[in-house]
Design a binder for this molecule. Structure first.
Ligand SMILES: Cc1ncc(COP(=O)(O)O)c(C=O)c1O
Length: 429
């Protein structure tokens, strides 16, 4: 596809039907694929020919959608996974093994934090967490001989901190390791981390890319720029023969552009099987077709709500990187001049009791453990996901009891603000 603009790619990239073929991406609802000879199938197994043999590894519907996400992010190859969790795990585990080490921003989604800080530690992969606002010296100091990857989120969920992608990429590259960025919140419509030096980009497609709260999914995109062979000793999985895959050396056979995703598919998808269903990929693509239209509205609603909340006496503080005066405003302007996302967080005065009262009076915004879809929702961690913690424990974890995370959907901003206003007014009743 020629280098069309982003809006055109959202609608049409990834799938170009030939004469007489379906206009919409076909759902290839088949676990397996038929061949005339064993020899032909053998070539696929040897990665000598490209094609499909079993949907646990690859399926055409998924590949069309992955190709669209690769085009949007400016990468050379991509794959879909069953969830965002699987995407982040695969992206890291594809280049880390027992005895290795990861440097990660401490400001990341709780599920990813747990993956790196607990589950991957059980696999013998250790991690050092550094604040997203660390200096270059502090970041340098986090590296060890065995560090194999740096990880962060463009806009972190739920803290809404903004990653200094250029700095993290520069330091990662100086140590000969790639930067992996989870770009779930801004989406490629608002930020393309590869343009700022990131090597691998991941997504929970469950969020804005789907955008309708319909399907759990994930994606991994490779920039095709990291030179694995130049760091051969660090990445034996990519740079030495894979005996579990007919002795292939991925970095030699598929080059910088294809090695990472091919290995991730051939090894990790084969062994862990976290494939996205082709039905989900089809639904995800419907979301992608309107991503460029939806994101500006999410951003406009987020900004309008954030501005309204700063003026309310019941609200102690508001975090929204697009809000002038926000701690991350300047960085957000640099990386996301058109805005970041529709998620706003704010702290209601009076702790858990007032937050609960507020939540109970919301009429339009739903109480939900989700973000980033068409319908506005709110979550008060102290009375839901973190309800076992005391007020002191919550404070220490940086989650004040009165904190509300609000994901602004695609409704009219006036209606969202009216809903917030009436619920806030209940607090003083
Ligand atoms: C930034 C981010 N990354 C990854 C995930 C995990 O994605 P999933 O729920 O699709 O597994 C989430 C989930 O909320 C997220 O917010």
């Amino acid at each position: 596809m020629p280098d069309y603009k982003l809006d055109t790619k959202c609608v049409q990239a990834g799938y170009t039907p030939a004469n007489g073929e379906p206009r919409q991406i076909p759902i290839v609802q088949s676990t397996t694929f038929k061949y005339d000879t064993s020899e032909e199938m053998g070539k696929l197994f040897d990665l000598e020919a490209s094609g499909y043999f079993y949907t646990r590894l690859q399926n055409p519907t998924n590949d069309y959608v992955a190709a669209k996400i690769a085009a949007l992010e400016g990468g050379t190859a991509a794959m879909l996974t069953s969830s965002g969790q699987a995407a982040n795990f695969f992206a890291l585990f594809n280049i880390c093994q027992c005895g290795d080490h990861i440097v990660a921003s401490s400001s990341i989604y709780g599920g990813t934090f747990n993956l790196i800080a607990v589950t991957m530690v059980k696999m013998g992969i250790s991690a050092t967490f550094i604040p997203p606002d660390c200096t270059e010296e502090e970041l340098n100091a986090a590296f060890q001989e065995n560090t194999k990857a740096v990880f962060g989120e463009t806009i972190a969920n739920p803290a809404l901190t903004v990653l200094d992608i250029e700095l993290f990429a520069k330091v990662a590259h100086a140590h000969g390791v790639p930067l992996i960025v989870d770009n779930t919140f801004p989406t490629p419509v608002n930020c393309r981390p590869i343009e700022w030096g990131a090597d691998i980009v991941t997504h929970s497609t469950t969020k804005y890319l789907d955008g309708h709260g319909a399907c759990v999914g994930g994606a991994i995109v490779d920039s095709g720029r990291f030179d694995w062979m130049a760091h051969k000793d660090k990445y034996p999985g990519l740079c030495t023969p894979d005996e579990s895959y007919h002795g292939i050396t991925y970095a030699e056979k598929f080059g910088k552009e294809g090695a990472f995703i091919t290995k991730c598919t051939a090894q990790l998808m084969r062994d862990f099987g976290s494939i996205q269903s082709p039905q989900h990929a089809f639904i995800l693509n419907l979301g992608l077709e309107s991503l460029h239209v939806r994101m500006p509205k999410h951003v406009a609603n987020g900004l309008a709500v954030a501005k309204f909340l700063t003026e309310r006496p019941e609200v102690d503080s508001v975090s929204y990187p697009g809000l002038p005066g926000d701690r991350y405003y300047a960085r957000a302007q640099k990386y996301m001049p058109n805005g970041g996302c529709g998620v706003v967080s704010f702290v209601i005065k009076g702790g858990r009791a007032n937050a609960e009262k507020f939540m109970n009076h919301l009429k339009l915004a739903a109480v939900e453990t989700h973000v980033a879809d068409a319908r506005t929702c709110c979550l008060n961690p102290a009375t839901s996901t973190h309800r076992q913690m005391t007020e002191e424990q919550l404070e220490a974890a940086g989650i004040p009891a009165g904190l509300v995370r609000m994901s602004c959907g695609l409704e009219d901003a006036d209606d969202l603000i009216a809903d917030l206003k009436q619920a806030l007014e209940q607090i003083s009743c």
